[in-house]
Design a protein around this ligand. Sequence first.
Ligand code: GDP
Length: 296
Amino acid sequence: MFEGLTGRLGDIFDRLTRRGALSEEDVGAALREVRIALLEADVALPVVKQFIAGVKEKAVGQEVLRSITPGQMVVKIVHDHLVEMLGSASEGINLEAAAPVPILMVGLQGSGKTTSTAKIALRLKTRERKKILMASLDTRRPAAQEQLKILGEQVQVATLPIIPGQQPVEIAKRAMQMGRQEGFDVVMLDTAGRLAIDDELMAEVAAVRDATKPVETLLVVDAMTGQDAVTVATNFQDRVGITGIVMTRIDGDARGGAALSMRQITGKPIKLLGVGEKVDALEAFHPDRIAGRILG
Ligand code: GDP
């Protein structure tokens, strides 16, 4: 069973009765526990190292406040640094462009891309009163376009009529054309996924990007992805370019370390969290909540 960081650090600092500034030795002992907690939460090793170095710099030599124990002091420094690295503010979807604004959804198969497309469409429709058109560019899985159509009916958002045999770039162009002709504010393009990163997928997504010039390219990643999150995020960032991240299955028991890894590796904000299978199970990203979850 996982023991929370506060408990672990409490044990270490209980042995220390000294007051005054935090010594390098005290901080070193605490940071070994922080390192284990982050690795258990599936934060990627290079990111853990960078994090530890940052905390060490902040903590050593700090005066321990009278009102709290050295353990509580280190936990606070670690928590605040984590929130800072996760990105302090929750950023919304950027719609600052001439209508129809293209939004590209990318990610691996099964990450929750299609579901998140419908969730975001519903959110923009209800909260921002936007007229949305959704299109599935997944021509490999026969049921994919149908799945988006069904979700569209459920959230009452229009979907591009399906024309069998069309290729992703053709479908994307047709979606943009319909978007312009019929006065849509936003066109959401749900691209195909694969079980793993491959060149063909990346080339296909890059071709769609070039044809539509999306304002947002959102990478959808399952919170359970763990260490692989870095590979996924790096590849999509380098080959396609992303503007933000949607993390799904936060309702599961994943500790969410992937959020920190991806934020650090790509420098892009986590914009939204998927918190369930239902179409309204989508939340804004709050770094302090994820920080608490990562630290346990
Ligand atoms: P895609 O292949 O990336 O398009 O993935 P889908 O959108 O089809 O989602 C795959 C499965 O994950 C479906 O059964 C969804 O209902 C489920 N799913 C998507 N997002 C979430 C989420 O945030 N929480 C949970 N529990 N399930 C989700």
